[in-house]
Design a protein around this ligand. Structure first.
Ligand SMILES: Nc1nc2c(ncn2[C@@H]2O[C@H](COP(=O)(O)O[C@H]3[C@@H](O)[C@H](n4cnc5c(=O)[nH]c(N)nc54)O[C@@H]3COP(=O)(O)O)[C@@H](O)[C@H]2O)c(=O)[nH]1
Length: 740
């Protein structure tokens, strides 16, 4: 509500009430050049309740009239300097409001005519009768009183009219009246401010000049409203045209405003409305901003703010509708679940602002691949869905999926740097792969996961076998929860061999699940599930216990220098509790922290490098060694390697696997070896499977190796025999190479 302090009296002095317009003590001016007559006149009027002022000639009278206000002037005509007529001319010329009674010694008619022509109230010839004079003065004062009352009444009327106009014109609403044929008879100033129309030009114009063509039908009821009271039109919203005042061309409609109308019929009499219908009176309130705000809220409720794509809610609405139509027309429709590969890593390493920019660019590219009737929505994070109604055949979805992958294939430029990203797309087609909204989404999601676990960057359709896999997953989840209590988990150990000395210097602890139904499962089958289910902390705690127990056992066997390497998930490293647990267990088992090495991957520093570095330093303080696993495959900055103590670099199996042909050159392997040397770290090559690899690595300067060529991961009992065999072989001086 706008408020504005306006003094309407200031705008027009006519409406100021005159404080002198009161007859409490009437003011009389007595003018005569004959001092004796002036004195007797004064004496005559004294004691009558008047305020008397005297003037001895015309000039004095004019001066008094200029200074004070008088209700009645008793004026002599024949004065030497200035006649009574001259004084009256001054009174008339200056617009002085007073009543003049002429007192004349002249006997001729001219003096009387002159006085009457100058609007004298009365004329008395000298000598006059006292009672006659007093009566004339009283009558003049009565006329004066009536005049004052009239003026005050008029001023009040003018004032209230002005107040009414002011209120109507400063109303935030458009207020109007129409005649019986729908033509404006009145409209307030607000119409100009709001719609840009000249209000005078609108008077006499048909209301239709203002109304948007599409709303004319509804407008008819509002603008021809004959009803009054409760039944009259209330809060009817119409769109009104706006006039563009600045344009030199006659550009009539430039935009629209939404206006809410309340209107009633206007009748000549309040009492009998049906008798004489005059037209319609209405108040129209601008609700455009309210409407826009509501529209924005609705838009935001159904759209993803980052990409401007439909969100989950709108997507489900559209899917429901599309399904209704597809059922009715017996058509197919495709639902595609699009999930970006490795987005989390990119987002964590580059920061969320760049991640957001990437998502925006991805959305733009995906949108460019679909047709008008299709819907692309963002469900959240890096998950998009596409809905393709009117699908002629299943393979049409293939074309769109290929387009999506191709569109994402070109590099993205974010802040001047090039970025590559791919996507895994799962497709479910109605009615074959799902009958309803929920089923289709679930099945497309399953198909997408299948693509992910099949190497990502591709697309695949849902089929029943995926459902079996999903059931299997649910089953596995339940079994994993029970695996710990049932003692089905077991630690295996894979030796790391110093190929120059020929002995096992360390073992990597690798978890196994002796699954009652599926046999021995490697971590790839159940650790991601455990991570997803939030069981990782529990499993890690169990692993630390189990490894420390085995360390103690082997220590008792005499292997005090054997190093045990454990894999640690970032989820565990972030917990303070883990350190207490590790320290307590090492204490209880009486094994040296220096015998333990924690393998982490480079990515551990991506999400929260400061926390990771703090925690790694705590491990070092405990005496535990740190190894970087899969070095060279992740996303790390060498700068991080200098912020905590790294004891060992492990050359990743993928690099070792490349060492194929004899005499070849494998620069990544050489680079990792020289980094380790340069930073004074130990080196382990993992995944060594061939003699050729051993030779190359040895020549390049890497002595310690781990791989199937030497040993596969094994249970602790088997490890004990390997170590025992190694000890006796050394005694017999037999070269170390496992037989099986
Ligand atoms: N947080 C935890 N993670 C764990 C734990 N135990 C294991 N893991 C992680 O699982 C990854 C896979 O382990 P696994 O399936 O046991 O595979 C290891 C070896 O069996 C395999 N390997 C070793 N030598 C060879 C070889 O010559 N060829 C070949 N194809 N594979 C080989 O490599 C895995 C060990 O590699 P790495 O860890 O990179 O040294 C495992 O990598 C852990 O990340 C656990 O208790 N907690």
């Amino acid at each position: 509500m706008r408020s504005q302090a306006i003094n309407i009296y200031e705008q027009d002095p006519v409406f100021s009430p005159d404080p002198t317009w009161t007859l409490a003590e009437p003011r009389l001016l007595l003018v005569d050049d004959e001092p004796r007559l002036l004195a007797s006149l004064k004496e005559l009027l004294d004691g009558q309740g008047y305020h008397l002022t005297t003037a001895r000639n015309g000039a004095e009278a004019v001066a008094e009239l200029g200074e004070s206000h008088f209700d009645v002037v008793l004026l002599d005509i024949g004065m030497p300097d200035m006649s009574g007529h001259d004084v009256m001319d001054v009174i008339n010329a200056r617009g002085i409001t007073t009543e003049v009674i002429v007192l004349s010694g002249h006997t001729g008619i001219e003096a009387a005519i002159g006085a009457i022509n100058r609007q004298a109230y009365g004329y008395l010839r000298k000598p006059y009768r006292t009672d006659e004079l007093l009566a004339l003065v009283r009558n003049a004062l009565e006329k004066r009183r009536l005049h004052i009352e009239n003026r005050n009444l008029f001023a009040r009327l003018e004032q209230s009219e002005k107040m009414y106009r002011f209120l109507i014109d400063s109303s935030p609403d458009i207020i109007y009246t129409l005649d019986q044929s729908g033509r404006f008879t009145y409209i307030n100033r607000r119409v100009t401010e709001l719609l840009g129309f000249d209000r005078d030009a609108l008077i006499g114009a048909d209301y239709a000049a203002l109304v948007h063509d599409d709303d004319l039908d509804r407008a008819r009821y509002v603008f021809n409203e004959r009803r009054v009271g409760e039944r009259a039109s209330r809060n009817v919203e119409l769109r009104l045209k706006c006039n563009e005042p600045a344009s030199s061309e006659r550009h009539f409609e430039t935009s629209l405003r939404t206006i809410s109308f309340n209107s009633i019929g206007l009748y000549a009499s309040d009492k009998a409305p049906s008798v004489e219908y005059l037209g319609t009176y209405g108040i129209a309130r601008d609700v455009t901003e309210k409407r826009r705000a509501e529209e924005l809220i609705t838009y935001q409720a159904y759209h993803d703010i980052l990409t401007d794509l439909p969100n989950r809610a709108l997507f489900h609405d559209r899917l429901e509708l599309a399904l209704l139509q597809a059922r009715r027309k017996e058509q197919q429709l495709a639902l595609m679940f699009i999930d970006l590969d490795r987005f989390k890593i990119i987002n964590d390493s580059l920061g969320h602002l760049k991640g957001d920019e990437l998502l925006r660019q991805v959305a733009t590219r995906l949108r460019s691949c679909i047709r008008k009737g299709d819907t692309l929505a963002r469900l959240g994070g890096d998950e998009f869905v596409a809905l393709l109604p009117d699908l002629e055949k299943r393979t049409d979805a293939t074309v769109v999926a290929e387009k999506f992958l191709e569109a994402l294939g070109a590099p993205f430029v974010i802040d001047g740097s090039e970025l590559h990203i791919s996507a895994s797309i799962g497709i479910a087609v109605f009615p074959e792969d799902g009958e309803n909204d929920d089923e289709l989404v679930r099945h497309a999601d399953m198909a997408m996961y299948a693509v992910k676990s099949d190497g990502k960057n591709g697309f695949g359709f849902y089929d029943r076998s995926l459902l079996d896999a999903a059931h299997e997953k649910v089953l596995l989840e339940q079994e994993l929860r029970r695996a710990l209590q049932r003692g089905e988990l077991e630690m295996y150990y894979q030796p790391q061999v110093d190929t120059a000395a020929g002995n096992v210097v360390a073992v990597e602890a690798l978890m196994r699940w002796n699954h009652p139904r599926l046999g021995l499962l490697t971590p790839g089958r159940f650790l991601p599930l455990a991570e997803e289910m939030g069981l990782m902390v529990m499993l890690s705690d169990w692993m630390v216990d189990a490894v420390c127990a085995d360390m103690q056992r082997l220590q008792r066997d005499g292997y005090r220098d054997l190093r045990f390497c454990i894999n640690l998930s970032p989820t565990c490293l972030g917990r303070d509790e883990f350190f207490r647990k590790l320290w307590r267990t090492l204490e209880e088992r009486k094994v040296a922290a220096e015998q333990l090495e924690v393998e982490i991957t480079e990515n551990i520093c991506i999400r929260n490098p400061d926390l990771a570095i703090r925690q790694l330093n705590r491990l070092t303080e405990l005496g535990v060694r740190i190894a970087i696993d899969d070095f060279g495959t992740g996303y790390s900055s060498l700068a991080y390697l200098q912020r905590f103590e790294v004891d060992t670099l492990k050359i990743d199996q993928s690099f070792v696997r490349e060492i194929g042909q004899e005499g070849g050159h494998f620069p990544v392997v050489l680079a990792v070896i020289s980094i380790a040397r340069g930073l004074g770290m130990d080196l382990v090559a993992e995944g060594v499977e061939t003699e050729r690899q051993v030779r190359y690595l040895q020549q390049a300067g890497c002595r310690v190796m781990q791989g199937f060529l030497f040993h596969r991961p094994m249970p602790v009992r088997q490890l004990q025999s390997v170590l025992a065999g190694q000890a006796s072989a050394r005694q017999a001086d037999v070269p170390l190479q496992e037989a099986g």
